[in-house]
Design a protein. Sequence first.
Length: 337
Amino acid sequence: MLVRFKSENDLRKLAVWWLLLMPVAGFAASGDEFYQRLYQRGMAHFATGDYAAAFTELRNAAFGFVEHVEKFETAQCYAIVAAHRLGRDNDARESLMRIVTAEKVQPHFRTVVLPADVRAEVESVATKLLTVEECTLLGIPTSGQIAKPAVVVPTPTKRPNVAVTAPREKQSTEEPVAVPKKTPPPTPEPQPVVPPKQETPEPKPTPPAPVPAPQPAVKSVEASLAEAQRAIEGGDLGRARSIYNTLAAGSDLSHAASLRVAEGLYRVQDFPGAAKAFRRAGTIGRGEEQYHYYFAIALYETGHYADAKRELAASLPFITVTADVTRYRAKIEGAIE
């Protein structure tokens, strides 16, 4: 359909309006879609336990939702949990403070829809990392500190200063009266001095030798590995990483225990520590082929691509090729040395 304009000036105005409108609308749509896709990737990584990627993507996605407070705080909540499970409490506190700042402007935290376990973990982390005032702002209950009752120390009764309070004799203005001098009594004859009877002190009983305090029992390697596994299952990766690093620093690890410690460090994403532990364990033997795959990923993540390719090739005939294995296989085999 043809539209006639009254003048050439009207046509120019329409063209300018159209050129100004299109880039802005196109940018807004692409910006929203970008942050939404970033948010969805972060949530997907969170669901699979890839907390490092989830934290980065969710925190960056939150910047695109600053005008949508509930979604902004939702992204920050999942970022808090991901950072805490990685043992990165500084990052968790930073995301908590962003929610605190948002709440000062427009309270939404209590109405944000979160799974019960996620909200419980966020509130648990907040009580450890925030002040009582900041927790109160978010509506998170805190046990608080019980104020100690003031101890009243009784003031000791002061003894009067005799020199000040004792009544002084009244000075008389009359002339002194002469008092006759008294005759001193006769001096008694000195009596012989009898030395006191010396008593022999009874011998004191010898005190019993002090009993040495019992020393705490050193945890066995198996008990420590079991404790680390429970920490992983509970989502406390920082605690698990600390246990594995303590074991790795010991000098009494067997070959089999070294392999299990290396695998644990791989699972908590301490790839430099895992690679070091695998090297310490020595040759991976028959029946231990699955460790080649864990060693390959640790080597890849620390930049040793040629060694990673060798370990990956040694593992492939003995492991099930899952989606995760396929993804890492493509990364390792495509790495440029």
